[in-house]
Design a protein around this ligand. Structure first.
Ligand SMILES: Cc1ncc(C[n+]2csc(CCOP(=O)(O)OP(=O)(O)O)c2C)c(N)n1
Ligand code: SF4
Ligand SMILES: [Mg+2]
Length: 363
């Protein structure tokens, strides 16, 4: 006789109880956090760089998922920096997979647990099955295996931690590296002054459009409660879920290490990374409308990887951001529309911005 597969139903964190919140000058609630679980399945003591965005994301995803989780990690910084012989920061089972196989390995785990529980060989509740793959893995080398797992609807959460480069092998360009983002494979010079010419691949929209039965969402390390709730929604969804999370890489992007979470907000406020959720029941997108809309220079000027940009490059990015604002149903304020004109900008290295942060490097 087949045994029943019992699943967890994780409660969502309260996003309304913001009594402890302290607003900053821009009206953003800065210091709000609800009561969170004490447990930290991603414990301290790993070896990622100071301020590593993917490490922050790993910690919050696993805090939201809890101890009854099993985890896979394809090759990338979050494999290499987190594991040395006989040592990992995880208090839950974890396995490394080849960079191309995060999706297929996780499909196997999900199918295996289903089968073992049905046959009475595993006595517990169906665990939270999670794979966290870098952008190089999820949007490029391992895209096929993740798409296959989503298509077959295995009950697992597939996360892309997006640091917008192949970080672990020395900051090479990936499909999610933004236009003009400097990497070791997209240096700027006389022939190609913008560095990278292509716009980023729209990974999450591609996953939602191509696998409409899946829960799909985007988030950033700038919104911890949103990130943790989307983790829980993805895990509660019976079937495959995909989460695309923006995670700054201070080594590759060249910024002050304390600014990782601030960047996670500014990229949204600059219109360069829309935060949304796709509901497979209603087949609708819900877009987050940030309370602050900034010129892209407020975001770009914080990072050395954009320091070489010329006025026409900044104008190109402002046009892309303005298109994003329209796509998510927000008006484009006149000053942001004016930024579509190159004459509106100085060279990036001379741009002013709204916080005293490090200057861009480069020309
Ligand atoms: C098939 C294959 N090609 C290339 C590599 C070399 N490699 C190891 S880690 C890595 C970078 C992965 O980038 P990403 O998935 O974005 O993770 P990140 O390092 O940025 O965390 C690469 C290219 C590999 N391990 N396997
Ligand atoms: S190189 Fe980037 S992604 Fe890798 S550990 Fe350092 S900050 Fe994190
Ligand atoms: Mg990466």
């Amino acid at each position: 006789m087949a045994h029943e597969v019992v699943r967890h139903n994780l409660p969502l964190f309260d996003e309304e109880g913001r009594s402890a919140a302290v607003d900053d000058d821009a009206g953003r609630d800065r210091h709000y956090l609800p009561d969170l679980p004490e447990e930290d399945p991603y414990a301290a003591g790993h070896r990622t760089c100071a301020g590593c965005g993917p490490a922050i994301q790993y910690r919050w995803v696993l805090k939201a998922a809890g101890e009854d989780s099993v985890l896979a990690g394809p090759t990338g910084c979050m494999y290499v920096a987190n594991s040395t012989y006989l040592c990992t920061p995880y208090t839950v089972p974890w396995a490394h997979t080849p960079i191309a196989s995060g999706g297929s390995f996780t499909s196997g785990m999900a199918a295996g647990y289903e089968a073992m529980i049905r046959k009475g060989r595993y006595p517990g509740t169906y665990p939270n099955i999670i794979v966290m793959a870098g952008d190089g893995s999820a949007s490029d080398i391992g895209l096929g295996s993740i798409s296959g797992a989503l298509y077959r609807n295995h009950d697992a959460l597939f996360v892309c931690y997006d640091n917008e480069c192949y970080a672990n092998t020395g900051i090479q360009t990936s499909p999610t590296t933004p236009y003009a983002g400097m990497t070791t494979f997209t240096p700027f010079g006389k022939a190609i002054p913008e560095g990278k010419k292509l716009p980023p691949k729209n990974l999450a929209k591609m996953m939602a459009a191509g696998h409409p039965h899946c829960y799909v969402a985007t988030t950033t390390v700038g919104y911890p409660v949103d990130l943790m709730n989307k983790t829980r929604k993805g895990l509660n969804h019976v079937g495959a879920a995909f989460l695309h999370c923006y995670t700054p890489c201070q080594k590759g992007w060249v910024y002050q290490t304390s600014m990782t979470v601030e960047l996670g907000r500014r990229v949204v406020e600059a219109g360069l990374f829309p935060v949304w959720e796709y509901d497979p029941e209603t087949r609708e997108y819900q877009y987050f409308h940030p309370p602050v809309q900034r010129p892209v220079t407020d975001y770009l000027a914080m990072q050395g990887r954009f320091g070489h940009m010329l006025p026409e490059h900044i104008a190109t990015l402002q046009r892309a951001a303005n298109q994003n604002w329209q796509d998510i149903g927000m008006d484009v304020p006149p000053d942001l529309r004016a930024g579509e004109d190159p004459g509106h900008h100085k060279r990036m290295a001379e741009e002013t911005y709204s916080m005293p942060l490090n200057r861009g490097v480069g020309a």
